[in-house]
Design a binder for this molecule. Structure first.
Ligand code: IPE
Ligand code: IPE
Ligand code: MG
Length: 246
């Protein structure tokens, strides 16, 4: 048994899944599920800011989601663009620093401009570090980092021996925040779906059947409660961790 509880997670990473099924259960179009999921996101960001979570990383659109029907992809892009326009000033007022990870070249100029403007408006904010993963894939992230390191080696700026795990961590995305402490996936699936493959090495994994639009503050409490009860050993024995014999 764990004697003392883990402190609150500093960095929470979420796969917001189940919008489509939520809508289907109600006989509504998938779009309604995404709309409702958007409102959940607003509340989730607010709840994390209020709880003084340091970083929140949300999976909004995966590199594989382009394979969805064109109409749904268009709708998600539209929701994303409108969301950015409507939410950034409030996020800014609340001292939230927003940034995006993922391959941006696939997006419209309008969307890229809006992303850039949200980032530059909020870049000096010292509150919640909110990262939205869009057209993101964990494999893309690792491959992109490998490419950049290879380029540095080619340019004679880096020795192959200097490519360590730490170096890699500072080259992949999210290098400005510590690795996620808690991962949450709503919607019942127990998989990572090409999310933060590098960063989740020692993250506590929480899966819930709750569909994303229903993931409210009480559900966030449940996830935090789960986290509080985990013993994080990082390869050590339980005794080493509880007896402080590190
Ligand atoms: C998550 O909900 C939102 C995105 C992937 C953009 P889904 O749309 O995947 O919902 P389900 O899994 O079909 O219920
Ligand atoms: C993962 O959800 C991606 C996002 C939530 C953005 P999916 O619904 O795309 O995942 P799979 O396809 O069920 O693994
Ligand atoms: Mg899904």
């Amino acid at each position: 048994m764990v004697n003392s509880k883990n402190p609150q997670p500093k960095h929470v990473a979420v796969i917001m899944d189940g919008n489509g099924r939520w809508a289907k259960n109600r006989g509504l179009p998938r779009a309604a599920g995404h709309q409702s999921g958007f409102r959940t996101t607003r509340d989730l960001v607010e709840a994390c800011a209020r709880r003084k979570v340091e970083a929140l990383t949300l999976f909004a659109f995966s590199s594989e989601n382009w394979a969805r029907p064109e109409q749904e992809v268009g709708l998600l892009m539209d929701l994303f663009l409108r969301g950015l326009k409507s939410e950034v000033s409030k996020l800014h007022e609340n001292n939230v620093c927003i940034s995006f990870i993922g391959e941006r070249s696939a997006f419209s100029t309008k969307l890229r401009d809006e992303m850039h403007s949200a980032e530059s408006t909020t870049k000096n904010n010292t509150g919640l570090q909110l990262t939205v993963a869009v057209n993101y894939g964990g494999r893309w992230d690792i491959v992109d980092a490998a490419k950049r390191l290879a380029e540095q080696v080619k340019a004679g700026e880096l020795e192959p021996d200097q490519i360590t795990a730490d170096k890699f961590s500072s080259t992949v995305t999210l290098s400005h925040v510590s690795d996620p402490d808690l991962f949450i996936r709503t919607g019942g699936e127990k998989r990572i779906s090409n999310y933060l493959l590098w960063h989740l090495a020692y993250t506590e994994l929480y899966f819930t059947d709750v569909l994303y639009p229903d993931f409210d503050d009480a559900e966030l409490d449940n996830a935090f409660e789960f986290y509080a009860g985990r013993q994080r050993r990082f390869g050590k024995t339980g005794d080493q961790v509880t007896d402080n014999h590190a």
